[in-house]
Design a protein around this ligand. Structure first.
Ligand SMILES: [Fe+2]
Ligand SMILES: [Fe+2]
Length: 248
């Protein structure tokens, strides 16, 4: 059963642990005049997530659906959600709308430019374009400007069935997880590109108070520092040349 936790004012983390993979999938519901769901979740988890969301809002009131990049856990159940909330708009990057999403949903998504913002009522969200961070040409994240919560998708991915929110060493945990993943089929999770450091710096400069993390615990504490430290981890794990003939 999905576990629901309010991790910031009116931002609810809906978490499902998948023992296969030893990973949590977290979806964030913003309860406001115009409710927003960030991460639709996998199609296979839709019934469970929908049930949890229905205890927080009337499903037909869902007004905005958004996610970081086109991938099954980010937006696989998008059409199922549009079935229960037909008036919802789909918010993603302009690249995402044009290259992936419009065709997938059979209508126009709302592609936002970097820095563009929208309101859900009491809360206001800024779209931050972060190409290839965590991965995907179309990637971006949402920053809630009033309470300073960064909906940061796969950044700070941590393995295990762990607590909803922590102020512990989230960067250490993600370093451990990324290093372990480098030895298996999930290797090369984050491409370290010439844009990685500046993308993370752009997010750190927002000085978030809370990080709403897709896999693992959300984080509260010095988020700007955590984002800076995350760059060092990604550079160490993904930014080094691999020996010739070795793919990882
Ligand atoms: Fe992803
Ligand atoms: Fe993910």
């Amino acid at each position: 059963m999905a576990k629901v936790t309010e991790i910031a004012p009116d931002i609810y983390r809906i978490s499902i642990y998948a023992p296969r993979g030893d990973v949590q999938f977290n979806h964030f519901l913003v309860k406001d005049d115009e409710p927003l769901l960030f991460h639709t979740g996998l199609r296979g988890m839709h019934a469970e997530i929908r049930e949890a969301v229905s205890k927080l809002i009337n499903l037909s009131d869902l007004r905005h659906i958004s996610f970081s990049h086109f991938e099954s856990d980010e937006c696989g159940a998008l059409n199922e959600w549009l079935g229960v909330a037909p008036v919802a708009d789909v918010i993603c990057s302009q690249v995402g709308a044009r290259v992936f999403v419009n065709d997938f949903i059979g209508r126009e998504a709302r592609g936002l430019a970097d820095g563009e913002s929208f309101s859900t009522g009491n809360l206001r969200f800024r779209y931050c374009q972060t190409p290839h961070l965590p991965h995907g040409w179309d990637a971006g994240v949402l920053f809630e400007e009033t309470e300073k919560t960064l909906l940061c998708s796969d950044l700070f991915h941590q393995a295990g069935d762990i607590e909803p929110i922590t102020s512990d060493d989230v960067v250490g945990r993600t370093a451990e997880t990324m290093k372990a993943y480098q030895t298996g089929i999930l290797a090369e999770y984050v491409p370290y590109t010439p844009l990685t450091a500046q993308n993370l710096k752009k997010l750190a400069d927002l000085k978030p108070k809370t990080l709403a993390i897709m896999h693992g615990s959300s984080f509260t504490g010095d988020c700007a520092r955590a984002l800076g430290d995350l760059d060092a981890v990604y550079r160490e794990v993904f930014g080094q040349e691999r020996p010739a003939g070795v793919s990882r």
